[in-house]
Design a protein around this ligand. Structure first.
Ligand code: FMN
Length: 361
């Protein structure tokens, strides 16, 4: 299949999928990736990025939640993502919440989801990852809904995946598992980080461990998260997950569905929180910016706000699999236009500007 042919196919698929129930469309997208061959996209060398010891061919990664079961990471890496985060994976398989649990807000270019960590469980995902090929792959780990010791679930995730993952992300910010986000409280966060790093120290590999936080934390909570993150020895933060707030125009359809909102309306809020974290943790602490990135301008704004790398999910649902390669080429062109040799030069250059943005939430 030629690149052109597969691009046509991608576009046709998002077009068809848009008329479908969104969860069915997601399944179709995963099946398509399993079966439709694609040649490796060449990424411009200006985009090479180093974060927490990882060498990324591009700073634009796929966020967790699309490839929950580690089935298609290779296919996504070939299509131009600089790194792919699979999961959230929990120790035991679980079905998640009842359907419908994914809603498309097309005019706002947003999604609301309340999946609740539906996934095949750690054993099944580990088996798939054992045969994986190159590229930078992260595993996003979580706790089972009925777990009696959630921190132990995260430590188990580290032990299970540390030998196959380039990095691990602890998702303690999903709004769809009741009580999960209380792990963002300072004492809990320190205990969680301690348990995960202890688990890592018992193995041979030493992948960076990140923690993914919510965009719904106020400044006092950010103070605590940031001081705990710095004190704990973890390797970085992923900012952010979906929001429980609804920064949407009045009357937006589906706005009252319960769950986490992602996509364009999350951009300002998540970028402001990212910048506020950057100002608190200093210049060197690794940060991945996520939330509403849909083009090169958005990716560059996240980097200027303080991100060393970025991720997206919702934009792929609206633009198709070509979105990562398109953003990469546009970023390269923008760097050339500005006369900047590498993206590193832009990191955190506008943190104060973004931190001062009043999130519309
Ligand atoms: C349908 C859906 C499922 C998601 N599932 C997960 C998940 O399992 N784990 C996780 O850490 N984040 C999950 N997320 C959050 C994304 O990784 C990301 O943080 C968020 O959507 C903001 O980025 P975006 O605006 O580019 O989508 C999910 C998002 C969506 C839209």
């Amino acid at each position: 299949v030629s690149t052109f042919g597969s691009r046509l196919f991608d576009d046709a698929m998002t077009g068809i999928a848009r008329g479908m129930d969104p969860e069915t469309a997601h399944k179709l997208a995963v099946e398509t990736l399993k079966h439709l061959p694609a040649r490796q996209v060449d990424l411009p060398s200006s985009l090479r990025t180093r974060i927490a010891g990882l060498d990324l061919p591009s700073p634009v990664g796929l966020a967790a939640g699309f490839d929950k079961n580690a089935e298609v990471a290779g296919a996504l890496l070939r299509r131009g993502f600089g790194f792919v985060e699979v999961g959230t994976v929990t120790p035991l398989p679980q079905p998640g919440n009842g359907r419908p649990r994914l809603f498309r807000l097309s005019p706002e270019r947003a999604l609301i989801n309340r999946f609740g960590f539906n996934n095949d469980g750690a054993d099944a995902c580990l088996a798939r990852l054992k045969s994986r090929q190159g590229g930078i792959l992260g595993v996003n780990i979580g706790a089972n809904k009925d777990s009696t010791d959630r921190i132990a679930d995260y430590a188990a995730g580290v032990s299970t995946f540390m030998d196959v993952a380039d990095y691990l992300t602890a998702n303690i910010s999903s709004p769809n598992t009741p009580g999960l986000r209380s792990l963002q409280d300072k004492d809990a966060l320190l205990r969680l980080a301690g348990a995960m790093l202890e688990a890592r120290s018992r193995g041979g590999a030493n992948p960076p461990v990140f923690i993914k936080i919510a965009p719904d934390l106020d400044d006092a909570a950010l103070d605590e998260v940031c001081s705990a993150a710095l004190a704990s020895g973890i390797d970085g933060l992923v900012i952010s997950n979906t929001t429980v707030s609804r920064p949407l125009p009045p009357g937006a359809a589906k706005a009252s569905e319960a769950g986490g909102l992602s996509g364009r309306p999350l951009f300002a809020l998540s970028t402001a929180v990212l910048a506020r974290v950057r100002l608190r943790v200093g210049a060197r602490f690794p940060l991945i910016g996520v939330g509403g990135v849909e083009d090169a301008a958005g990716a560059i704004s996240k980097i200027e706000a303080g991100a060393n790398a970025v991720q997206l999910y919702t934009a792929m649902a609206f633009q198709g699999f070509g979105v990562a390669a398109r953003i990469a080429l546009d970023m390269d062109a923008e760097l050339a236009r500005r006369g900047v040799a590498s993206l590193g030069a832009l990191v955190s250059t506008r943190s104060a500007h973004w931190a001062a943005m009043a999130p519309s939430a």
